[in-house]
Design a protein around this ligand. Structure first.
Ligand SMILES: [Zn+2]
Length: 239
């Protein structure tokens, strides 16, 4: 039996840590092989602290960001992290990236997919990454795309929490208990030295969502991550 797999499509090289680190660690611990595709390093738009160092260059920022993301991926138990280096602010996505990602879907056959919200007025790369992730999934399902290959099924897509949910028209309908792997997520967060100002912020987000997850269940939950499901949940029973 091949191992179960999951795909995370991250616009920049740190997004998967803040927004989906708990889900990644939780499933990796349970034996899922998680692939993370970082479309860019976030070298221009999400590396303010690195740019304050004297003599910084774009290449050096990319190198540092890659090192941080690789360390975070290791802390979370990611099986494969890919850096596509497509640039940020703006993220340059064309048909090559679309077909490349469709190929990843077909090769991996993920059990679920995590990516960004559909909207984000503070960051145009995030919705672009979400659109690419969702579009590539549909291309991979198309029988006329690379005929002869096995087409993709229907992996559920969950949109992870944007920085300011209300402005992004993002409404969580899935709360994932990540209490058991919180220490791993926090360790991964602390790998992101270039964005230290977000460490405590995303710890608070985890606690807030934990309270909500406990309120919506009868379980003792301290930390949670929130997601918005793109497609209906298909279940065999309601309880
Ligand atoms: Zn980002």
């Amino acid at each position: 039996m091949p191992k179960p797999t999951a795909l995370v499509v991250s616009a920049h090289s740190a997004d998967f840590v803040w927004r989906a680190g708990g889900a990644i660690a939780l499933h990796a611990e349970a034996g899922t092989e998680v692939t993370v595709v970082c479309l860019s390093y976030g070298e221009r738009g999400e590396s303010a602290k690195l740019w304050r160092r004297p003599g910084m260059t774009l290449e050096q920022v990319k190198t540092d960001r890659r090192r941080e993301a690789e360390a975070a991926a290791q802390a979370l138990g990611v099986a494969d992290i890919q850096f596509w280096d497509l640039g940020d602010y703006p993220l340059a996505l064309g048909q090559d990236a679309l077909f490349r990602l469709a190929g990843v879907y077909r090769a991996l056959r993920p059990g679920f997919v995590l990516t960004h919200s559909r909207q984000d007025p503070y960051n145009h790369d995030h919705p672009a990454a979400s659109d690419l992730a969702q579009h590539a999934r549909i291309v991979a399902q198309a029988h006329g795309h690379e005929p002869g290959q096995r087409v993709l099924g229907a992996p559920p897509v969950f949109l992870f929490e944007p920085h300011q949910p209300e402005q992004c028209q993002w409404t969580p309908d899935v709360l994932l208990d990540i209490t058991a792997v919180w220490e791993r997520k926090r360790a991964a967060i602390e790998c992101m030295a270039g964005q230290e100002h977000l460490w405590e912020y995303y710890t608070r987000v985890g606690l807030q969502r934990g309270v909500q997850a406990a309120r919506n269940s009868d379980r003792a939950i301290t930390y949670a991550e929130a997601y918005e499901a793109v497609f209906p949940h298909v279940v065999a029973r309601l309880a």
